[in-house]
Design a protein around this ligand. Sequence first.
Ligand code: MUC
Ligand code: MG
Length: 377
Amino acid sequence: MKIRSFDTYILDLPIIRPHQLAMHTITAQSVVVGRVMDEEGREGWSEVATIGGASYGESTPEAIKANIDAYITPLVIGRDPIHFDKIMMDVSKQVRGNTFAKTVVEAAIIDLAARSKGVPAFELFGGQIHKSLPVAWTLASGDTAADIEEARGMLEKKRHNIFKLKIGKGDPFKNVEHVRKIKQAVGDEARITVDINQAWDEDTANYCIAALQDAGVSMVEQPLAAWDFEGMSRLTAKFDVPVMADEAATGIQEVFRIAKTRAGNSIALKPCKHGGLTQTKKAAGIAEAAGLGLYGGTMIESSLGTAICAQLYATIPEMKFGTEIFGPLLFKDNITVNDIEFADFEVIIPDGPGFGMEIDKEKVKHYAREFQSETEM
Ligand code: MUC
Ligand code: MG
């Protein structure tokens, strides 16, 4: 069984409300979908997302697609999907960086390999430890009263009781006030975390984290620039509230550096940052050995990309901070026939063959930015 083709599509998917982060407000989410096909016509599908073009990182949807098509696809044609780790090792010898692109490719190949064996993908990663995992919701409407109303609705529906607040845009003191009001409104019913997405300098962080800690916030994510490992170490040592590295925790070498220098005492895992699922398991192993708390991160993938994260996170022994793989709930539409299920404040891990999702090809065609009509779907 050999890989015959690999296709990539950029999809622009509508979301239910604007999603405001420090560096960008998302009004539609662009994802990259990969399709691998073997010589017998069997298919594997995958998805990664990024946020706000180039505002989160250099892997824009356009760069992901261009680099896969030009540099990675030729390296995977003719290979046996079950050897996904060896395939990606060989890819990495010739393609530097490009962790998002590598994730699209590896995940599609894993989906195909698992489907060919008739098993869920998590069986290829040691098997399922968690049937479901806690899942946070991000309050990011940009309006305090709307966020409070949204949080109350989520608590009532038993959908989420962990809320991550996206701050870092505008006046830091107003950011703190916004958080304080939301924490007061939800009280002990919910845990509140914040994500600054690199927006503060160290002086601002010192002042604001003290106030956030006081307000009852239970985790502070990436307050400083991704390159500022030393600043993150100082903040981690200074405050009791856990400091999480997200944008700084990329490859396994950076995760090791964070562990060694305590530039954060927890990390957000995301396959697209680490360069794929195999690399994410290694990152989780380094963190586990160093006693760093783990969080199942998202880049706001739709159902397919969320299933990929969910299945992998389900194989990691302890997810101390739970997950934030709420992506499908923010989209207006779905590119899979089946949905990811959420119940009792948790995400249910899909357990069908591959990543457990059945692609809706008509939807892929509908949302694809430019559909290659010569590629039969
Ligand atoms: C990030 O930086 O963590 C995760 C949730 C969300 O709203 O944005 C993302 C990215
Ligand atoms: Mg983050």
